[in-house]
Design a protein around this ligand. Structure first.
Ligand SMILES: Cc1cc2nc3c(=O)[nH]c(=O)nc-3n(C[C@H](O)[C@H](O)[C@H](O)COP(=O)(O)OP(=O)(O)OC[C@H]3O[C@@H](n4cnc5c(N)ncnc54)[C@H](O)[C@@H]3O)c2cc1C
Length: 392
């Protein structure tokens, strides 16, 4: 029987390596004016703070600020913004979460960077957020927040009740879909260009204790995308039987399986996975997660089998892991630690996010994945493929 699918989009994330730097200048006049402000004790000129605020995860752009503000309240931020606004020559201000941007978006050349993580003990938006736990609420709400749960809930910015924003004129504005909605929709996904988010009211749900975590391999791209679409069309619902997480990725023929996402696979199965990749050069990996706890422990395996029924992954290439929820949440960080130990984390990271309509995803596989990413060997970083519903 044919399944009627809603219209789909696929988000693709590609990370690679490249290097470039831009120049540096200093403004002593501004520094002395900053030192006269009431927030002066919270401004840091420490070389290590300046150096850290001059770069980001991308390591492509470098822009040196005059100072770094460590605010303990939104009023400290408003005081700085007000000073810049009323200055004869306003200077740049950038909010910085954990600086996981890739192209200098959280930098302020010759200006002041606001380290939002210094507000994490209050009601600030510098606190960490799930999926990759080292991103911040403010940083992801200023981008979009796409992950393996987007098929169910939409991006993070579609899940916000209300935010407080300090505008460029240093006004405090509370906004929501029904209240100052222009600013609400501009600040969400606004890369900090419409104001600084100092509070966000977002829905939360209880964390499960454990997860069933499954990866399945495909050599046929149509089977892979058809299964992704089938799974998200069946699992948009909010009940206990639905999938909790779905992601896709590419395994490329690069001589070994030693990349930052490979440790999931049991060591004894790695030779046969490497042979598969060597033979087909590109293998598609579908990853799903089902949460469970004490109450659902006895039914989770049956529910999982039900979800996997009818999928077309390669026989013998389905791998399952039972893990603590924290281990799943911290999976990127564990790989980060391994790369750091090899000196491979603090390298340039060009990063491309694209939304591809369902009608073009097959052309994209042939023209980009096979003919560019694989043939020209342009990345050793992850290439992720998230299916999502356009209506979310
Ligand atoms: C390993 C890794 C995994 C990732 N995984 C995902 C993922 O699964 N899904 C996803 O969507 N993204 C992911 N990202 C990308 C991430 O969302 C962006 O890099 C983003 O920049 C968030 O990082 P950050 O919190 O450190 O914010 P920063 O990089 O510090 O800031 C991001 C932008 O937001 C602005 N900003 C920060 N705080 C505020 C604030 N309070 N008010 C207004 N503007 C603010 C900054 O000025 C900047 O423009 C990942 C990044 C890395 C490095």
């Amino acid at each position: 029987m044919a399944v009627a699918l809603p219209s789909f989009l696929t988000a693709i994330m590609i990370m690679s390596r490249l290097m470039a730097f831009i120049g540096i200048t200093r403004n002593n006049d501004m520094s002395s004016k900053l030192q006269a402000l009431d927030i002066a004790p919270k401004l840091s000129y420490d070389p290590s703070a300046i150096e850290s605020a001059s770069q980001d995860f991308g390591h492509i752009v470098k822009a040196v600020p005059q100072a770094v503000l460590l605010p303990s309240s939104p009023w400290d931020i408003a005081s700085l913004v007000n000073f810049s606004y009323s200055n004869s020559v306003p200077f740049s201000i950038a909010a910085r979460g954990n600086s996981h941007s890739v192209n200098g978006q959280a930098m302020a050349k010759n200006g002041v960077v606001i380290d939002m993580t210094s507000m994490k003990n209050g009601n600030g938006t510098g606190i960490r957020i799930a999926n990759y736990l080292y991103l911040t609420v403010g940083g992801t709400l200023s981008n979009a927040g796409i992950s393996g749960q987007t098929f169910r809930y939409g991006p993070q910015i579609s899940n916000v009740y209300e935010i407080d924003v300090i505008t460029g004129t240093a006004d405090f504005v509370t906004c929501s879909p029904n209240n100052n909605s222009d600013l609400f929709y501009a600040a969400l996904g606004g890369l900090g260009q419409f104001g600084i988010i100092t509070r966000a009211r977002i829905p939360l749900e209880p964390a499960p204790k454990r997860v069933k975590w499954v990866r399945m391999l495909y050599t046929d791209f149509s089977d892979f995308t058809r299964d992704q679409e089938l799974l998200i069309s069946k699992n948009g619902r909010n009940d206990n039987k639905a999938l909790n997480y779905l992601e896709g990725s590419l395994l490329l023929d690069q001589g070994s399986l030693d990349n930052w996402r490979s440790s999931f696979f049991p060591p004894q199965d790695q030779p046969k996975i490497i042979s598969l990749i060597t033979k087909f050069h590109i293998v598609y990996c579908l990853e799903i997660v089902k949460h469970y706890d004490g109450q659902t422990k006895t039914t989770v395996d049956k529910d999982l089998q039900q979800l996997l029924k009818g999928l077309s992954y390669l026989p013998g290439f389905m791998f399952e892991k039972d893990a603590k929820y924290e281990e799943f949440l911290n999976r990127v960080h564990s790989e980060e630690l391994k790369l750091k130990a090899k000196g491979l984390w603090d390298v340039p990271h060009p990063w491309l996010n694209l939304f591809i309509p369902k009608s073009k995803i097959s052309d994209f596989n042939d023209g980009v994945f096979k003919s560019i990413v694989l043939q020209r060997n342009i990345t050793t970083g992850p290439v992720l493929v998230y299916p999502m519903n356009r209506k979310k």
